[in-house]
Structures are given as structure tokens and as C-alpha cells.
Design a protein around this ligand. Structure first.
Ligand code: G1P
Length: 288
């Protein structure tokens, strides 16, 4: 079984749900406490053993490349002022040379099209997809949980979670052969099912392990929900020849592409920070 070494992060989206901030700052770089959403997602990928990150970017997203590069003046200033732990933190998350690639999605044709743009960089090996505005936490890196599932059963893995009642039409939704435990074989999936037609209450969360055959399918994938080329539709076609398992992961998801999700993520991540201890009670009050 080939290992999962690469992760594709589609970062070209406009972020219309978190405007006006995302007009100038890529939504993936909006802060959760004191670091961009993307910083958490890349850390999750590294904790899962990912060796190479492929960002599918677009117009106005250049700051993402800059975030993952040296900032010579800033580093010199921090050094001169003796702020060594902050300096170590900033330098510590920089990529090793060659660990990141950036490819441009020149037109917003949808998630399926974005993933397809990474085909030449991924090549002929299984890979992960991480939706970068979805911050996922857990006792073990959520992507690690997906890769562990892949190592156990092979094929393709989709991380799912129980969706609040009445919300499934906003997501991709999976159908299972039978539901026993957290990992189950799938029989189908549908992107943004009309209300009342959902095959289950399990929505696609934003972490996937996919086989490279998905690229040939994406190449001629017709437009689906929202008139976009949907990854879910291409995966449903691949499922005719390959196994797909849904994994209900252990952890919590924050949809940071959404105002309320971003706010929840800020409060939840602040609560996990030792250095923010004194604000704990105030934050807990906020969550009531
Ligand atoms: C995308 C996927 C969908 C998934 C969702 C998770 O939708 O197409 O299957 O459930 O992310 O956030 P989008 O949020 O781009 O509409």
C-alpha cells in the first residue's frame, strides 16, 4: 500500500461568508486567537505525517505564500529585541525547502476543479485533501485518523460527522452500507441534497484520503450543485470501481468560513491555551 505523503489544500475560495475581512485578507489567513486558520490546518497535516503541501491558490491569495516564507526584517527585529520564543515560534512553522507547492486555479469552477489543478504535482499516489477553512481538532490529528483508516482498509476515506438536524442540505452527505462503529463502507454520496432527500445525517467534514484515479474522473466531470464541478460527484463515480469508507472521526469541527464558526473556533482555541488562563472564566461565560 502506497503511503499518503501529500495533501492538497484548495485555498482559492473567495470567502463571501466572512466579508468584508476576506476582501483583502485570504479567509484562510484570518486569525483564530493569534494565528491564521491555515496554521492550525498545516499543523494537523504535519501531525498526520504529510511531507508535502500543495496549495491551490487564486487571485489575491499571495499572502499565503508569504506567510510560509521568511520575513527577514521581522525576524531581525525580534532577534534584536530578544524576543526569542516568539521568533522560534514564527520560524518553527516555516516549511522545509521544497515542502510546499503552489498552483493557481485560474477560474472559480468549484472544489472538484481545484483538486484537479493539483494533479501534476500529486502524480500517481494516494493523497489527502484538507479543506483549509475547516479547523478540526481531536485527541489525535483528524487527518491522522483518516490515514490510519486508510492503512487499515485501503481505498478512499471520507471523514464525516453527524450534522445538526435540518442542516444536511448545506453539505456533501454520505450513504452507508451499515452503521457499526466509526468506520463504515459507503454505498453513495450526494452534494447538497435538497431538504428531505438526505441519505443520512452524516455530512462530509473536509478531510479526505483519495486515490489518484480521481483525477481522470475530474477531468471530464460535469457541473453539479451550485453549477460547480463538485468533488463529491467525481467521488461518487469513482465509487463504482473503488471502495470508499466513511470515518466518523473523534474530535470537533469549526467551519471558519462562517462567522459563527470562526467565533466558536476563537473561543474554543483560546480555552486550550495555557497562556490565556486568566480569560478562561470570561470565555466560558461567553459560551453559555
Ligand atoms: C464543501 C464540500 C462538501 C463538504 C463541505 C464541508 O462544500 O463540497 O461536500 O460537506 O465542503 O465544509 P462547500 O463548503 O465548499 O460548499
Amino acid at each position: 500500500m502506497k503511503p499518503v505523503r501529500k495533501a492538497v489544500l484548495p485555498v482559492a475560495g473567495l470567502g463571501t461568508r466572512v466579508l468584508p475581512g476576506s476582501k483583502i485578507v485570504p479567509k484562510e489567513l484570518l486569525n483564530v486567537v493569534d494565528r491564521p486558520i491555515l496554521s492550525y490546518v498545516v499543523a494537523e497535516g504535519r501531525a498526520a505525517g504529510i511531507e508535502h503541501f500543495v496549495f491551490v491558490t487564486g487571485r489575491g491569495k499571495g499572502a499565503i505564500e508569504d506567510y510560509f516564507d521568511h520575513h527577514i526584517e521581522l525576524e531581525a527585529q525580534l532577534q534584536a529585541k530578544g524576543k526569542t520564543s516568539l521568533l522560534a515560534e514564527i520560524v518553527g512553522e516555516l516549511p522545509r525547502p521544497g515542502e510546499m507547492s503552489f498552483v493557481r486555479q485560474m477560474q472559480p469552477h468549484g472544489l472538484g476543479h481545484a483538486v484537479w489543478c493539483a494533479r501534476d504535482i500529486v502524480g500517481d499516489e494516494p493523497f489527502a485533501v484538507m479543506l483549509p477553512d475547516v479547523l478540526m481538532t481531536g485527541p489525535v490529528s483528524p487527518l491522522r485518523q483518516a490515514i490510519d483508516a486508510y492503512q487499515a482498509v485501503g481505498g478512499n476515506i471520507i471523514v464525516v460527522e453527524a450534522c445538526p438536524e435540518g442542516e444536511a442540505h448545506k453539505y456533501g452527505v454520505v450513504a452507508l452500507e451499515s452503521a457499526t462503529g466509526r468506520r463504515n463502507k459507503m454505498t453513495g454520496m450526494v452534494e447538497k441534497p435538497p431538504k428531505g432527500t438526505e441519505p443520512s445525517n452524516l455530512s462530509i467534514s473536509g478531510r479526505y484520503v483519495l486515490q489518484p484515479e480521481i483525477f481522470a474522473i475530474l477531468a471530464d466531470q460535469e457541473r453539479g450543485a451550485g453549477n460547480e464541478i463538485q468533488l463529491t460527484d467525481a467521488m461518487a463515480r469513482l465509487m463504482k470501481t473503488q471502495d470508499f469508507h466513511a470515518l466518523e472521526y473523534e474530535g470537533v469541527t469549526y467551519d471558519c468560513g462562517d462567522k459563527l464558526g470562526l467565533l466558536r473556533a476563537n473561543v474554543a482555541m483560546a480555552l486550550q491555551r495555557d497562556d490565556l488562563g486568566p480569560v478562561r472564566d470570561a470565555l466560558l461565560d461567553l459560551l453559555k
